[in-house]
Write a protein that binds this ligand. Structure first.
Ligand code: CO
Ligand code: ZN
Length: 338
């Protein structure tokens, strides 16, 4: 299992440039799905389970959309100076303090290191405009990248046994949970759409059009959430290793309480560890699904993750395994919302 996680996290795929990661996911899910297609925004949409003939809530099983985003935070080149240094801006929530000294890999191959203007003092808080990418060249003509080229953190997957560290655990670990759930589900009364979305990190742009076209009865996202378990952390319930977190709210969504209840009941019945999530900053594709069309009851299962949006995002293997188990149970049986 760790081999597939490693493969998924190491592929570069900043928002809007998900071609490589989409191809890798497609190769995994093609044999597991009844239908696979890519929509206009690049979302990879896979159906598992029979097409429902009746109307909404006809008792035949539900149409359920489960989303995880393919894209990761990244950088885009804005200018290259005469000495070949590339200036850049962010794609998504890149934190400036993670940048100086980091290596970045461009989607088209080149690797560079991020430097800081020498006038910046050690206690200053530099902005991105005071940084540049050094690609090891001495003039603009030999610079291997152009304005508009995009890059992500270059960082190898690290296996610490129970703890796994990588760039882009957000949200490749969610992608992994979806793929393994597709593999595990033997039969389902539902028409399931596992959707690997684009452009989440720049404002949930892929999920809404996908939800509009699928028109699901219920929406779920699988994504990472922060924890409150490192030194001097904010008070937050979610802890690494205590099970998948059932989202109650985040900054853009109040989960449908009936969905929270359904997930809790299923976890209790299957004796799966689980915890609750109240996230005060950040959101997921579920919030975009929820407000599509005339509104779609939505919820989210989160993988607790430390150091989100840094080059070393950390998750716990048991949380990942239990999320797969929980999602498999949820989608294998009839859904009763009460
Ligand atoms: Co993110
Ligand atoms: Zn995410």
């Amino acid at each position: 299992m760790k081999q597939l996680i490693q493969k998924l996290v190491e592929i570069p795929g900043p928002s809007g440039y998900e071609t490589q990661i989409r191809a890798a996911i497609r190769a995994e899910v093609q044999p597991l799905a009844d239908e696979v297609y890519v929509d206009a925004l690049g979302n990879l949409i896979t159906r598992k389970g029979k097409l429902r003939s009746g109307q909404h809530n006809s008792g035949e099983g539900q149409r359920i959309m489960i989303a995880a985003h393919m894209d990761e935070i990244g950088l885009m080149v804005t200018h290259i100076d005469e000495n070949g240094f590339a200036r850049f801006t962010n794609l998504g929530g890149m934190r400036t303090r993670s940048l100086p000294g980091s290596r970045v890999r461009f989607v088209n191959g080149p690797i560079g290191v991020i430097g800081l203007e020498r006038t910046i003092g050690t206690n200053d808080h530099p902005t991105m405009t005071q940084m540049f990418i050094d690609l090891g060249v001495t003039d603009r003509g030999s610079c291997p990248v152009r304005v508009g080229d995009v890059a992500c953190f270059e960082r190898q997957f690290l296996d610490m046994g129970n703890r796994l560290i990588a760039k882009a655990m957000d949200d490749r670990i969610g992608i992994y949970v979806l793929i393994e759930t597709m593999r595990k589900i033997n039969s389902t009364p539902h028409e399931l759409y596992f959707v690997f979305t684009t452009q989440e990190e720049v404002g949930l742009r892929g999920a809404a059009p996908a939800a509009f076209s699928i028109d699901p009865d219920l929406g779920l996202a699988v994504d990472v959430t922060s924890t409150g378990d490192t030194p001097k952390d904010k008070k937050m319930e979610t802890t690494l290793g205590k099970g998948p977190a059932i989202k109650i709210r985040d900054s853009k969504m109040l989960s449908d309480p009936r969905i929270v209840d359904w997930i809790v009941r299923t976890a209790e019945k299957s004796k799966l560890p689980h915890q609750f999530e109240i996230l005060e900053g950040g959101t997921t594709d579920a919030s975009a699904i929820q407000l599509t069309r005339a509104g779609i009851p939505s919820g989210c299962i989160s993988i607790p993750c430390r150091y989100i949006h840094s080059p070393s995002e950390m998750v716990d293997l048991h949380d990942v395994q239990n999320a797969i188990e929980l999602l498999t149970q949820l989608l294998s049986e009839k859904v009763i919302l009460q």
